[in-house]
Ligand binder design. Structure first.
Ligand SMILES: NC(=O)c1ccc[n+]([C@@H]2O[C@H](COP(=O)([O-])OP(=O)(O)OC[C@H]3O[C@@H](n4cnc5c(N)ncnc54)[C@H](OP(=O)(O)O)[C@@H]3O)[C@@H](O)[C@H]2O)c1
Length: 336
């Protein structure tokens, strides 16, 4: 891979794609040329990148010729079609959709946890689900120091996790309610304004939602703990940005809240709130890079139990930043 790569963003006009553009600029990622792709509706839109302007092109079969790194922020069905085309054209594709995540041959990566599995031969790399990305770095620290016995996670996920149309819908519903108009319902199964919906993605035969299974299966794959006892409940809440998670863990060995706070605080990318009177909240955490962990306390209902509250910006660390960090790792390790 060239040290000064040609980078493409597919889905550049969406929430994640747009944030990728910002992160590439803010992290000063080496880039000799940036190409932006989206649907024909956005073709011709112009974005500024560093000191020049880049026009959005229509995503097509030939989009990836000459591209070294292709960042995908498209739906699972578009990624299914275009990610292999990018790889065949010689690019390394880093995909944010769910399509490739659980394929055994595809690395699923949160760099601070398992970048070591990446090799120069990887052509398709998957970015995990946003709820998983903010969870596994915390679980990894706990497992390394005390051994994970069981994990129970409940999510409070913002509407931006469902894309720009969902973000617009929370605004539109809120305005409609204040103006006593009909409430438009398209992005979610029910009204999300002034409501919580305990369903994200489709409901499976066993009663779990697909989102809950993503958290369970992806965590097991990234942590390399295929037998990990972990369960999840995923809930959409009327918040614009950032996901929060209530995380309960049972460990093999004793780990005090103070020890955990200290361990987490020494990790890159994690911010800890050791004072009980302070805690991370979605409103404050939006647009930040870190995973924020607060309310760490002992769960006395089991031998070695801990509770905590984990919050991160789902579009940033939960998607765009994590993908760009993977690209940075590849450039540093394999760039020539
Ligand atoms: N939002 C999150 O927090 C988050 C977190 C983790 C993973 N993800 C995943 O990341 C992906 C993108 O999510 P998002 O939230 O950014 O969605 P989004 O805001 O709805 O953006 C979708 C992007 O796909 C493009 N697109 C749609 N149809 C297309 C077509 N036929 N050809 C080419 N481009 C097309 C859109 O372009 P136009 O503007 O031209 O329509 C837009 O750029 C999804 O797979 C999602 O599951 C999202």
């Amino acid at each position: 891979m060239r040290k000064q790569p040609v980078i493409a963003i597919a889905g550049a006009t969406g929430l994640v794609g747009n944030e990728m553009l910002a992160v590439l600029e803010q992290l000063d990622v080496p880039c000799q040329e940036l190409r932006l792709f989206a649907s024909d509706q956005s073709a011709g839109e112009v974005y500024s990148f560093r000191d020049h302007e880049v026009s959005v092109e229509v995503l097509s079969e030939s989009s990836f010729e000459g591209v070294d790194i292709a960042l995908f922020a498209t739906s699972a069905s578009l990624s299914e079609k275009f990610v292999p085309l990018a790889a065949q054209a010689g690019a390394v594709a880093i995909d944010n959709s769910s399509h490739f995540r659980m394929k055994p041959e595809v690395p699923l990566v949160v760099p601070e946890v398992n970048a070591d599995i990446l090799s120069a031969e990887d052509k398709i790399i998957a970015n995990p689900n946003c709820s998983t990305i903010q969870l596994v770095p915390v679980l990894n620290v706990i497992h390394r120091h005390a051994g994970l016995r069981r994990v129970v996670v409940s999510t409070y996920q913002s509407v931006s996790g469902a894309g720009k149309s969902a973000l617009d819908e929370l605004w539109a519903q809120t305005l409609a309610i204040f103006n006593q108009k009909d409430v438009p319902i398209e992005a979610f199964q029910h009204q999300i304004a002034f409501n919580c919906i305990p369903q994200i993605d489709v409901i499976l035969d066993n009663g779990y939602t697909k989102e809950e299974f993503k958290i369970i299966n992806e965590s097991r794959k990234i942590l390399r703990l295929p037998e990990l006892k972990i369960t999840a409940t995923a809930v959409r809440v009327p918040v614009f940005h950032s996901h929060a998670e209530s995380v309960n863990v049972e460990t093999e060995r004793e780990l005090t809240p103070g020890q955990l706070a200290e361990l987490l605080a020494s990790e890159q990318g994690i911010e800890v709130y050791p004072n009980f009177l302070e805690y991370p909240m979605q409103l404050k955490v939006a647009s930040t890079d870190n995973i924020h962990v607060g309310r760490i306390r002992k769960d006395d209902s089991v031998d070695h139990g801990l509770d905590m509250w984990v919050v991160a910006d789902n579009v940033r660390k939960g998607a765009a930043l994590n993908a760009v960090q993977i690209a940075q790792y590849l450039l540093q390790k394999f760039g020539s």
